[in-house]
Design a protein around this ligand. Structure first.
Ligand code: GLN
Length: 296
């Protein structure tokens, strides 16, 4: 009798893999389990999230190589490694920034902080206004300003060796030739620009030292230097206020991201230092997220 071979198991449906992955993520406590499942499958299929949704609707099957690549990534996401560390990129406004261990993953709420800086920069009546991003990390705010306000000259400073590798990488990747990068602490950055800067922007560390973030993605993977800002979280903000007064010209604007309960304290710090018109803005979840003030 001829030996009968059972046919090889046919590759899994994309729709099944997405569903199973989303279930595993939900069981592991991953926020937005369905979105992350679609994005991770998109990553191994080298397509977009919409591409995955279309493949699921069409009844496409997952190529074996992609399924093999997916399995360990799903395990790591279940261990709460950030999705952006697994895909190697984070979206920020129109940009895609490279991220990984050693650099803070840019957040959606910072896109709105960048908007405040961009609006202030566009409003300057100068052919080449100057903006500074202090503690730039991945380069998110600086690169957004440099690419979206191309007539501006943007200067960005970062003082972490590990983060600076990513900053340099992203500046090269995006290719903004109106951006100057410096390895420097925000307290002493860019003395040559004193009194000439139109917009001073920063997403500083602002988490109070004892307010350990709940999400493992933040607690275990974002660099502590990008998160913790002293007992009340405002150590870097106090420095920014002083440095901003040194850098900004009269009429220049400072834009500082902060935690949802810190608006009043930051308006007080800025006003006591001599800044005018301090105003706090909310993010898309209606939480206070950034304070803006003007140098007299
Ligand atoms: N918003 C950040 C978080 O998710 C805090 C970032 C910061 O301190 N700049 O924890």
């Amino acid at each position: 009798m001829p030996e009968t071979l059972s046919p090889p198991p046919s590759p899994a449906l994309v729709s099944d893999l997405v569903r199973d992955t989303a279930r595993r993520f939900a069981a592991a406590g991953v926020p937005d389990a369905q979105v992350d499942a679609e994005l991770l499958v998109a990553h191994v299929l080298e397509t977009s999230r919409g591409g995955v949704q279309a493949a699921a609707v069409r009844g496409d099957r997952m190529p074996d190589t992609a399924a093999t690549a997916l399995a360990p990534l799903v395990d790591r996401r279940c261990q709460r490694e950030p999705l952006q560390h697994l895909t190697g990129v984070a979206p920020f406004r129109s940009l895609e920034l490279a991220v990984g261990p050693g650099v803070f993953v840019p957040r959606p709420e910072t896109e709105m902080v960048a908007q405040l800086a961009i609006d202030a920069l566009r409003a300057v009546a100068s052919d080449s206004p100057i903006a500074v991003d202090l503690g730039t990390g991945s380069g998110a705010i600086a690169l957004a300003m440099a690419t979206e306000v191309p007539h501006a000259r943007v200067f960005a400073a970062e003082n972490s060796v590990d983060a600076f590798i990513w900053t340099k990488h992203n500046v090269a990747r995006v290719g903004a030739d109106n951006l100057t990068l410096a390895f420097a602490d925000l307290a002493v950055a860019f003395p040559e620009l004193d009194g000439t800067v139109s917009v001073v922007a920063s997403n500083p560390p602002y988490v109070p030292d004892d307010a350990i973030p709940r999400d493992p993605e933040v607690r275990l993977y974002d660099p502590p230097a990008a998160l913790y800002g002293g007992p009340d979280g405002l150590d870097a903000v106090r420095r920014l206020s002083e440095v901003g007064l040194r850098l900004a010209h009269p009429g220049g604007t400072i834009v500082i991201e902060h935690g949802e309960w810190q608006g009043a304290a930051i308006r007080e710090i800025l006003t006591a230092d001599g800044w005018r018109s301090a105003a706090t803005h909310q993010d898309l979840t209606l939480r206070d997220r950034a304070t803006v003030a003007v140098r007299p």
